[in-house]
Design a binder for this molecule. Structure first.
Ligand SMILES: *Cc1c(COP(=O)(O)O)cnc(C)c1O
Length: 408
């Protein structure tokens, strides 16, 4: 037996983990609210939120209490048995949205896999075996299973894995004419992120989302909204479709749903759900009591008028700080996004260099994200303290100055 009790370090990563990530040089070991500490005790302000996941910051008392309580009660039963936390969470999601039925899974990719299978199965069952076309968008991101990565709009993620699921077409985002050109009665679904997240924090225009709804209705296709990143309060309403007044047929949510505990959900209507029978789809872990108890606590906190209103106030604070930095340093062409999903697009002279801003920020004690090579992304806790925003933005300004000084 191999034993190794020496301490783990960043070098250990390069020896033991599949080399699909390039993590930061420091290792976070503890978090509280929007502050994180690394192995050396250095403190960071967290504007990355675990990629829009830790929506209530680190170790929020309500989530810790739910986790502890359920952790001492019942962890897992499988879907051979149902459980109270899953039923309560499903009821709350239904009461808060367009939906009548919920399917729980463990990740965004799995929720989308379920959504795409459901859309296809509905069209095949109700209409025709040939109604299988899925329309999706350039730069979209829907997960890493072979189906979801193929519906995603970045071929670099789906190439090199052999034959892909067929009958999926991609057109430019926010281009309704391009959708019209490929839409027909063989289309089973249009899949869209109301705000493209990984693709660069690009909100759909109201005309585009409404136009997709109309086209889907004309061709008996389903409108699938991927709110894995932009859902659960992230944009200042519980779900982003609520800003637009355009209803989806199927909606997926994940990242913030468990506030850091892995859980995801697919929501849909009674009519669409009714094509699924016992055994048509499933998962071992999905909807387990531990995950659902934490998610229920997260939903209870986030879905309150005062918390949602606070997200919009925090948005203003971020945007004005970013504009002040931009007035001084001229680094961004645009600051965009909604609520606490904010993207700052870099000036052409900084294109390809977003990760330099991440590294410099980490040196100054700030965790941020990029969204592609040209956009700096902020996805902090939805209840981040204003003082943390101000201090974090002061650190970000130092990082910007450092990047410019290194290579103007
Ligand atoms: C992160 C993300 C996914 C994938 O979620 P995983 O939990 O990584 O599988 C899917 N869609 C969108 C919009 C995302 O941002």
């Amino acid at each position: 037996m191999k034993t190794d009790n020496s301490a783990v370090t960043r070098e250990t990563f390069d020896q033991v983990i599949l080399p699909v990530y390039a993590p930061a040089q420091f290792i976070p070991v503890r978090g509280k609210g929007s502050r994180v500490w690394d192995q050396d005790g250095k403190e960071y302000i967290d504007f990355s939120g675990g990629i829009a996941v830790t929506a209530l910051g680190h170790c929020h008392p309500a989530l810790v209490a739910a986790l502890k309580q359920q952790g001492e009660t019942l962890w897992h039963t499988s879907n051979v048995f149902t459980n109270e936390p899953a039923l309560r969470l499903a009821r709350k999601l239904i009461n808060a949205t367009f939906a009548d039925r919920v399917f729980f899974a463990n990740s965004g990719g799995e929720a989308n896999e379920a959504a795409f299978k459901l859309a296809r199965h509905y069209a095949i069952t109700r209409h025709s075996p040939y109604k299988t076309k899925i329309i999706a968008f350039h730069n979209a991101f829907h997960g890493r299973t072979l189906f979801t990565v193929t519906v995603g709009g970045q071929p670099k993620y789906s190439d090199g894995f052999g034959p892909k699921p067929a009958d999926i077409v991609h057109v430019p985002f926010n281009d309704l004419a391009a959708v019209k050109a490929v839409m027909d009665d063989h289309t089973c679904a249009v899949v869209v992120e109301p705000i493209q997240g990984e693709g660069g924090i690009t909100p759909a225009t109201p005309e585009f989302l409404q136009g997709l709804r109309d086209l889907c209705d004309q061709h008996q296709a389903l409108l699938v909204m991927d709110e894995v990143q932009c859902g659960m309060g992230r944009t200042g309403k519980l779900f982003t479709y609520m800003h637009y007044g355009v209803l989806p047929d199927i909606l997926t949510t994940a990242k913030a749903l468990g506030g850091g505990f892995p859980v995801s959900a697919m929501l849909t209507t009674e009519d669409i759900a009714s094509v699924m029978k016992v055994g048509t789809h499933g998962t071992t872990y999905g909807g387990n009591p531990l995950a659902c108890a934490v998610a229920e606590a997260a939903l209870d906190v986030i879905n309150q008028p005062a918390v949602l209103a606070g997200i919009n106030e925090r948005h203003e604070r971020y945007v004005s700080a970013l504009q002040a930095i931009n007035d001084k340093y001229q680094v961004f062409t645009e600051v965009r996004g909604m609520g606490l999903l904010i993207g700052a697009e870099l000036q052409p002279r900084f294109h390809g260099r977003a990760r330099e801003f991440l590294h410099a920020s980490a040196e100054h004690g700030l965790m941020i994200l990029n969204a592609g090579p040209d956009v700096v992304r902020f996805a902090p806790s939805l209840v981040v303290e204003f003082e943390d925003i101000d201090q974090g933005m002061a650190r970000f300004e130092q990082a910007v100055a450092q990047v410019i000084a290194a290579k103007p």
